[in-house]
Design a binder for this molecule. Structure first.
Ligand SMILES: Cc1cc2nc3c(=O)[nH]c(=O)nc-3n(C[C@H](O)[C@H](O)[C@H](O)COP(=O)(O)OP(=O)(O)OC[C@H]3O[C@@H](n4cnc5c(N)ncnc54)[C@H](O)[C@@H]3O)c2cc1C
Length: 610
């Protein structure tokens, strides 16, 4: 096994002349392109947010610069919810009405952003967060069907082709399908059992679910329980069953109701920890069913397929919205190719003549009615941009920014909403994109995805079979560059939900870029050293995208309330006066469509007020 090279952002420079940019020792390398300054919550974004949390702006006498404009609607947050609200506005407002959208990141999209690399002349993209989507059936009239129609989003795609002269390998089309083994029939995944994890020597088992765990090193009872879990045909349906699931944790459901062994719970923990934000012992079984976890969700047969992902994940939807809202803001025509591949024209986002203006790197610090919320005619918004505090008015404000910040910045928030927000807990996540010069070490192992167990850097990674979009046409060959993507949460079974969230944030936010890089390289050496992995030659760049409040975590009762009390999300969703609250977490499980639907609903309520 080759020794690990000294560490110093060394693998964080794109090959072939792209700049070596070390933003800071925590944010690390942001890669190239429109998103180079905006990998997850950068240190700059986080520092601005922490000033709000720490009460730096809580004095009543802030010195502000007043802007003359009075907007019909101000939207706080430029993620899917905020962009959805802006889209609703553009479709339904009169030509004279104006809207201002404020976001604290250098670029719009919220959790739907991407990393771009140039490696040996090959342009590569990977998702920073929001990743997969389903294609809506044409003509159903659903929200997404209409959106695909109106924005002219294609429903059929071209993908990289696999050379039939190479050994047969299959790939996930997104970065989730490999995670539970449920879609294993559509991709080649290796499971790495470390020495001591049921085996005396570390070993790979490829595609272990395909022969019903026959080659997996689990004891027979664990195998039987894992298989029961995987193919469980639950018959519960409807509201009553949903309420039953929401009255207990997923662990209680698996072990107490289905009678499965704790090893099954442990197998599910990393996925639940990533997507639901805490271990299965703290998360509502209904939350697990919402993400299709076996046992609680509908059983999926052996041939479950992979959902789709654009090259930069759901970034594509954010870019479609922006192209529609402010056509000049993305160069080129309103085509799939230009919207995906052309550069953002940042200057066009905030032109005075725009019906919708978008200010980036603008952190909102205060939102408040001018007077009593029942009778006020305006909402006053204060935001910080480039060190200056600006004050601006609107007839209505949409808070599409997330509960963790709303409870600090809405100054006249009613007590019941404040208390309900107090019950929202959030988990962080870390998404690493590793640009590789080649991936022979996985090809030799016969896999395109990997999963491992216990401690480590994340729990799985994969190479997608990418969409080809015009000039964006990276090759699919083990000798050529690609992106290997890792999604990870951090859960600590045994602690309460809030404690798990705090521990996770301390871990993901308390580790420097250098330390993560070291962990990643050492782990890949341990797993792939035998098939020739050499970090110095094979890694061209690493980006870390940290999301402090990636997911709302859903404790039992989150969805339907417990003991006859209303669910906190229902209390928050009411909003008050001219302040409308709409962000994806009000749906529980978060998705790009959930964000957009919240945005539409908020847009409708806000327009009714102005
Ligand atoms: C790691 C990860 C993976 C995901 N994977 C998928 C997936 O595969 N498929 C899917 O459908 N969904 C996925 N999601 C979920 C989904 O994409 C999100 O729920 C949705 O995009 C969130 O939209 P939002 O607008 O509600 O929130 P956000 O995207 O968080 O947008 C809110 C915006 O408000 C900004 N903001 C916060 N405070 C302020 C302030 N004070 N002033 C100004 N701006 C502020 C934030 O920085 C952010 O830009 C994923 C999410 C994460 C984190």
């Amino acid at each position: 096994m080759a020794a690990s090279a000294p560490l110093s952002f060394l693998s964080s420079c794109a090959a072939n002349g792209a700049p070596k940019i070390a933003k800071d020792a925590w944010t690390g390398y942001g890669a190239v392109g429109d998103y180079a300054n905006s990998a997850g919550n950068t240190q700059t974004v986080m520092a601005a947010a922490h000033k709000i949390r720490d009460g730096v702006y809580s004095t009543a006498n802030l010195t502000t610069k007043k802007l003359d404009e009075v907007y019909d609607i101000i939207i706080v947050g430029g993620g899917m919810s905020g962009l959805g609200a802006a889209y609703y506005f553009k479709q339904n407002a009169s030509a004279s009405q104006k809207c201002l959208l404020l976001d604290n990141h250098p670029i719009f999209g919220g959790e739907a952003k991407r990393n771009e690399f140039m490696v040996d002349g090959v342009h590569l993209m990977g998702p920073q967060g929001s990743n997969d989507f389903g294609v809506p059936r044409k003509g159903t009239g659903s929200m997404t069907d209409k959106l695909f129609e109106e924005l002219q989003i294609p429903r059929e795609f071209k993908f990289q082709e696999w050379d039939s002269n190479l050994k047969p390998l299959s790939f996930g089309l997104d970065n989730y399908a490999h995670m539970t083994g449920v879609a294993e029939s559509s991709l080649d995944i290796g499971y790495f059992f470390k020495k001591g994890q049921y085996v005396n020597e570390s070993q790979w088992v490829n595609n272990m679910w395909r022969d019903d765990l026959a080659r997996a090193p689990y004891p027979e009872k664990v195998k039987q329980d894992l298989l029961k879990w995987r193919y469980y045909e639950q018959t519960g349906r409807g509201g009553e069953f949903s309420r039953l699931l929401d009255s207990m944790t997923y662990k209680e459901y698996l072990e107490g109701v289905l009678g499965l062994s704790p090893e099954v719970t442990r197998y599910t923990d990393p996925v639940i920890g990533l997507i639901n934000g805490a271990g299965a012992d703290a998360v509502s079984a209904f939350a697990a069913s919402q993400i299709g976890m076996p046992g609680a969700g509908r059983a999926r047969g052996k041939n479950a397929s992979s959902p789709l992902s654009f090259p930069g994940g759901n970034t594509a939807f954010a870019r479609y919205f922006v192209k529609y809202l402010i056509p000049d803001a993305i160069q080129g025509e309103h085509t799939f190719e230009d919207i995906t591949n052309q550069s953002v024209n940042f200057e066009a986002l905030d032109r005075a003549e725009n019906q919708i203006r978008m200010k980036m790197s603008a952190t909102v610090i205060s939102v408040q009615h001018e007077g009593n919320s029942d009778s006020a005619e305006h909402v006053k918004v204060i935001f910080e941009q480039d060190g200056t505090l600006f004050e601006v008015k609107a007839r209505s404000a949409i808070m599409a920014s997330g509960g963790w910040v709303n409870k600090h910045i809405i100054k006249d928030l009613p007590k019941d909403i404040h208390a309900a927000y107090g019950e929202f807990t959030y988990a962080p996540a870390l998404i690493a994109n590793v640009a590789l010069t080649n991936w022979q070490f996985m090809y030799k192992q016969g896999i395109t995805a990997a999963q491992w167990f216990g401690d480590g850097f994340g729990f799985s990674c994969n190479i997608r079979q990418s969409m080809i979009i015009g000039d964006y046409a990276p090759p699919l060959h083990p000798d050529k560059p690609t992106v290997l993507t890792f999604y990870m949460g951090a859960h600590t079974p045994g602690l309460s939900l809030a404690e798990q969230n705090m521990a996770a944030r301390a871990k993901i936010f308390g580790t420097t870029f250098f330390d993560y890089e070291k962990q990643l390289r050492e782990q890949m050496l341990e797993q792939f050293g035998a098939t020739g992995f050499d970090p110095d030659k094979d890694i061209a760049g690493i980006t870390l995208n940290r999301w402090g409040h990636a997911r709302i975590t859903q404790q039992p009762g989150f969805y339907f309330g417990l003991d006859g009390k209303p669910a906190p999300r229902e209390i928050v969703a009411k909003g008050f006066g001219r302040i409308i609250i709409g962000h994806s977490e009000l749906n529980g499980h978060q998705s790009w469509t959930g964000g957009v639907s919240q945005g539409f609903a908020a847009g409708e309520k806000a327009l009714a007020l102005v």
